[in-house]
Design a protein around this ligand. Structure first.
Ligand code: SF4
Length: 424
């Protein structure tokens, strides 16, 4: 097996855990179908299975407990593209926490494959019983054996019209079943029966997985395989695309940037941080670069910090997180508190900070300037971006001036001040 889908052969599960095989068989099935890793969106849930997502080269999204099917529903409806494959990994705990999501996805035939890692208990939190734990199976919360039965999810999925539902025992090569599920139009469910060596075997040492399944009357078989059209979003006549309302940004400038560059600008609510970075992002696009911008602020948007992560790159940006920024610009104390940990972690790079704020300990080069005193609270963020661009024009200053002009707010800022400050 190559490293096209999984980045490593060292998987993060306990020895003997069936989750190893789910990941490897997924890899084999994707290989067999020949899907491009970037056409695959793997949505994982909370549970041991979910720690695999860092190991996949596909897109990965980590959901809240029980909500991965709902998350995947949003993704598949938003994409509305049958050439993309949305796969959900979920445990038996998450599947029953989010049972209604699962049933609804099967009923409406949302285009996704759900793979339930059913080891009949909550492995990650210490072996508690779940909604799929069969009667008599011993767990931390049912030391005498669970007194009532678990759900039969394949039967439920079939009852509500899932295109495909199958239960298998999670041993050996079952990539063929996975490939079949992946190639189904609409909703497919593969329930993989496992036993968790750390808790399931420990509490039920004399029982075999096949015997447990048989006693629980869970049939290992194909429950549903029918042709149904995948769910289509019902749109009004002549819907207006939100994209059409956005102006296209034409490339009018040129950037010499050769490598991916990341910047965090952080200040206070009402200080224009989001607007300044939005203009910066537009200027970068107009300079022929790819850009990602992520705003961070508390739920109470009118108070506290306001921060924005920007990545610009001559190449496609496949991950939008900024862990080790090249530059951090701080224009207020709120902004500093929000970014303090990142700044203290910096071993190199540049910290630009308002001279009225104490400088935190950092390995970055430090530049201080009186942004607030010169530009005022509302323009300090934009001024600080110009300040940086004058030193290191990762994008042309003219591109930012142009974005500012097109924004319709240029009459509210002092352009002379933004362009003609003295560089120490
Ligand atoms: S605790 Fe159980 S489910 Fe979790 S990785 Fe270990 S064996 Fe697998």
């Amino acid at each position: 097996m190559g490293d096209k889908y999984l980045s490593t052969s060292e998987l993060p599960f306990c020895k003997g855990c069936g989750h190893h095989l789910v990941a490897r068989n997924t890899e084999k099935a994707l290989e067999a179908i020949g899907l491009n890793p970037l056409d695959v969106i793997l949505v994982t849930d909370i549970g041991c299975h979910g720690i695999i997502d860092r190991k996949f080269h596909t897109h990965t999204v980590h959901g809240l407990h029980g909500r991965s099917v709902a998350l995947a529903a949003g993704i598949t409806l938003g994409l509305n593209n049958p050439s993309k494959k949305v796969i959900v990994y979920i445990g038996d705990g998450g599947a029953t926490i989010g049972l209604q999501h699962l049933i609804e996805a099967a009923h409406r035939n949302f285009d996704m494959t759900v793979i339930i890692h059913n080891n009949m208990l909550y492995g990650m939190t210490g072996g508690q019983a779940s909604g799929l734990t069969p009667c008599g199976f011993k767990t931390t919360t049912s030391p005498e054996g669970k007194p009532y039965s678990g759900y039969d999810l394949c039967r439920k999925a079939n009852n509500v019209g899932a295109s495909y539902a199958r239960r298998i025992i999670g041993t050996g090569d079952y990539s063929g079943h996975l490939a079949e599920a992946f190639e189904t139009e609409g909703f497919s469910l593969l329930e993989v029966m496992e036993i968790c060596p750390s808790y399931g075997v420990k509490f039920n040492p004399d029982r075999k997985l096949t015997e447990i399944i048989e006693q629980a009357d869970l049939k290992v078989k194909l429950y549903s395989n029918q042709i149904r059209k995948r769910y289509q979003v019902h749109l009004r006549d002549n819907p207006i695309s939100l994209f059409k309302e956005k102006n296209e940004i034409e490339i009018e400038f040129h950037s010499e940037l050769k490598d991916t560059f990341s910047l965090i600008l952080s200040g206070s609510a009402g200080g224009g941080v989001q607007l300044a970075t939005e203009l910066f992002a537009q200027a970068a696009i107009a300079s022929g670069l790819d850009v990602s911008k992520k705003g961070n602020y508390p739920v109470t948007v009118g108070t506290g910090f306001s921060s924005s992560d920007i990545i610009v790159s001559p190449d496609p940006i496949l991950f939008t997180g900024v862990k080790d920024p090249d530059v951090v610009i701080i224009v207020s104390k709120d902004g500093l508190e929000h970014c303090r940990a990142v700044i203290e972690r910096m071993k190199n790079g540049l910290l630009i900070i308002d001279e009225n704020i104490d400088t935190p300990i950092t390995g970055a080069e430090v530049l201080k300037h009186d942004f607030h005193g010169i530009a005022g609270a509302r323009s300090a963020a934009l001024y600080a971006l110009f300040f940086y661009l004058h030193r290191n024009p990762v994008i042309p200053v003219d591109a930012l001036v142009s974005a500012l002009g097109k924004s319709g707010i240029s009459d509210k800022v002092d352009l002379d001040m933004l362009l003609n400050f003295k560089i120490e």
